[in-house]
Design a binder for this molecule. Sequence first.
Ligand code: ADP
Length: 263
Amino acid sequence: MPFIELKDISLKYMTLEGETHALSGLSIDVEQGQFVGIVGPSGCGKSTLLSLIAGLIKPTSGQVLVGGTPVKGPSAQVGYMLQQDYLFEWRTIEQNCLLGLELTGSAIRESSRQQVAEMLTDYGLGSFQKSYPRHLSGGMRQRAALVRTLATSPDVLLLDEPFSALDYHTRLAMQEEVYEILRAARKTVLLVTHDIPEAVAMCDRVYVLTKRPGRVKADIHIELAEVRPSPMQARKAPEFGKFFNRIWEELDVHVQPVELTSK
Ligand code: ADP
């Protein structure tokens, strides 16, 4: 049985300006422990899809199930990590990391504090627990945001372009780290990204969505001959280019020609 299921989802946003049909007839399923990429044109409903799984919004029609149970609202079972780290500048790193627990209404026990401290140490932030976010680099801030998300022990991690604000080298390093951490913890992961190599390097499977209203255009299983020890190793696999091209073709990106005028 799939761990996450979206069945024939339609979602319309109603605003004063009118109606936006964001998703239409969208169905996806994700196995427990799978890493699944979501790619598609801007505005096709990728973030909307994550918000549905997080229980932040309800579909206009269709069903969203996590662990076989219909999603009725936000739950600690699902963690969300965004492009911006949303660390509060006036809270220390430790206080930021305890925030998720505070928001789920859990009493902050000494054991939670201990667990967060251990995670910060494991992720190279042990000496920054009492520091404020402004003292951390972009990659370290994103690591702290990951600790905050993992502190509530979610089974599912929704990652919405989590690396796109980072410089190229930090982005590659963070892909390695996050991949290793989430695989070791056997999390189920949905990764929204614009970066095709990132999707191929990190995911077992990639859904390509159509332009708005988004539905599934292709469901591509990234099968590499060798077991994928890390995203960097996957980038070196002989099949990497084949999967890149397949996704690129499905995205069917057209760059509009620019009319050149000579003076
Ligand atoms: P993507 O993540 O693929 O770029 P989104 O899920 O953010 O797409 O948005 C899909 C469409 O829905 C876009 O046209 C966007 O403008 C619109 N949209 C997103 N959120 C809202 C909202 N809260 N209210 C109205 N329209 C929205």
